[in-house]
Every structure is written in C-alpha cells, then in structure tokens.
Write a protein that binds this ligand. Structure first.
Ligand code: HEM
Length: 247
C-alpha cells in the first residue's frame, strides 16, 4: 500500500514536469500562431501593394501623363508596407533575448528611416503638388484630412522614437533609463498610427472618386477590403499584451 505522504511527494515531483510540459505545449502553440499570423500579414502586404500598383500602373488610363497623382498611391503603399514590416520586426522579441532584440530594433529603425519616411514624404508631396499644379483646393475629403493628420502624427511618432533611442538625444529626457521608460508609449502610439494609416488608405483606395472611376471592382476589393484587413488581423494576432503594461 502506498502511504499518503509518499503519494503526495510523488505528485509534487510530477508537478514541475506537468507544468513544464504544458508550458512547452503553449509556447509551441504560440509559435505556430506567430507563424500563421506572419503569413497572413505578409500575404496582406503583397495583396495590398500588388493590387494598388496594378490599379495605378495597369488599369489607370494614362499613369505617366498623370504622374504626380500616380506617385501618391504608389509611395503611400510602400510607406504602409514599411510601417507594417517595422512593427512586425519588433513584435516577437522578448526581453530575455537581448541580441535578437537589438537586431530587431536595428531592422525597425532602418525600415523607418530608409523606407517609411522617404516614401511618405515623396507620396504626400506628389499629391500636394498635383493638386496645386491645377489650382485645386487642398484637404477637401475625409481621406485628405485624415491623411494630413496621420502624416503629422507619423512624424511626431518617428521623432519621438528617434529621441528615446539615440544617445545624444535621450540625454534631453534625462538619460538612458528614463528614455527607456518612454518606449512603452512609443509602442502603444505605434498601434494607433498604423490603423490610422490603414484606414486613410482604405478611404482613398475604396471610396474616392478616383478609385470608383479608375479601379476595377475586383482589384479595389482585393487591395482595400481584403489586403488591408489581412494586415490588421496578422498584426493583431502577434500583439503581446504583456508588453503593453503601463503601471
Ligand atoms: C494606397 C493608398 C492611397 C490611395 C489609393 C490614395 C488616394 C488618394 C486620392 C485619390 C486623393 C485625392 C482626393 C483627395 O484629396 O482626397 C488623395 C489625397 C490625399 N492623400 Fe491619399 N491615398 C492613399 C494613401 C494615403 C495615405 C497613407 C496618406 C497619409 C498618411 C494619404 C494622404 C493624402 C492627403 C494628405 C491627400 C490630400 C492632399 C491635398 O489635398 O493636398 N494618402 N489620396
């Protein structure tokens, strides 16, 4: 007969094994979900950017004659792809893997500086110039108004990110440790600026007079009703709630 004390000590012995087995299972499930959501997100980017390029350069009657306009959706879609990839690069990193974290941060920073900002500046100035060149009024639609607001927000967000992560600059905030404590605000704010960009693109690509007149129904649906939601779903599934703590 097995005594109660020996059975309880046996169950104690098996406890760590059980809990470590279940934590292995849950981390395996987590990495499968991460992989699936990455595939969803990358397919969303290809669908959104690919269909936008096709609408502008394949379906529009005279894309070269309409060059300043054509540059707008082209570069804005590159900027969006850049922001999505820059966030994606940081999402799975953990504080226990500093090397992985540093590489992800480097990728994030390079994408913002070399793809997102140049593209958004080119795309937005092209549209502003296009309207000015034929005397049209600026910021007359919801897309234009939200676009200008989002643009401003993106610059503030990028500048803040640069300040909190660059040596001579973060001294302004009181040093490295203090600057690091601002990271969480930059992270949370990034999850505001991206939906704003995506919604702006949705308004311009699915509802504007240009979109309704120049884009075929199928491509319009693919880019702005399918591609953009796929990006949102892919990113949302990879969010780690634990990184969002503010207290
Ligand atoms: C691929 C996605 C996009 C498409 C298809 C698109 C399309 C258009 C169209 C048709 C216009 C002219 C009509 C209007 O003034 O609303 C326009 C203007 C504008 N767009 Fe976009 N857009 C896209 C993405 C964006 C993004 C992501 C932003 C900013 C973050 C943006 C910012 C603006 C601004 C500020 C204007 C107005 C410029 C002015 O009035 O001078 N667009 N866009």
């Amino acid at each position: 007969m097995v005594s109660s004390s020996s059975s309880s000590s046996r169950s104690e012995e098996s406890q760590p094994l059980l809990s470590s087995a279940s934590s292995v299972r849950s981390s395996e499930a987590r990495s499968k979900l991460d992989l699936l959501s990455s595939l969803l997100l990358l397919s969303g980017i290809v669908t959104f950017v690919g269909s936008t390029l096709w609408i502008v350069w394949g379906e529009q009657k005279d894309p070269r004659g309409n060059l300043w306009f054509s540059l707008h959706p082209t570069f804005q879609s590159f900027a969006i792809a850049g922001v999505v990839l820059a966030i994606w690069a940081l999402q799975p990193t953990s504080t226990t893997a500093p090397k992985e974290k540093a590489q992800a941060f480097k990728a994030h920073r390079s994408l913002v500086l070399s793809l997102v900002l140049p593209s958004i500046i080119l795309g937005s100035s092209a549209m502003y110039y296009n309207k000015s060149s034929h005397g049209a009024k600026h910021f007359t639609t919801w897309h234009g108004i939200l676009g200008a607001t989002t643009l401003l927000y993106l610059f503030v967000q990028s500048l803040f990110g640069l300040v909190v992560s660059t040596k001579p600059l973060y001294n302004v905030l009181g040093g490295k440790a203090k600057a690091k404590s601002f990271f969480k605000h930059h992270r949370a704010s990034g999850y505001v600026v991206l939906p704003l960009m995506l919604f702006t693109a949705h308004l311009g690509g699915a509802h504007s007079t240009w979109a309704l007149g120049s884009a075929g129904f199928g491509w319009r649906v693919a880019a702005y009703w399918v591609g953009l939601p796929m990006i949102v779903a892919g990113l949302a599934l990879r969010v780690r709630a634990g990184k969002m703590k503010f207290l």
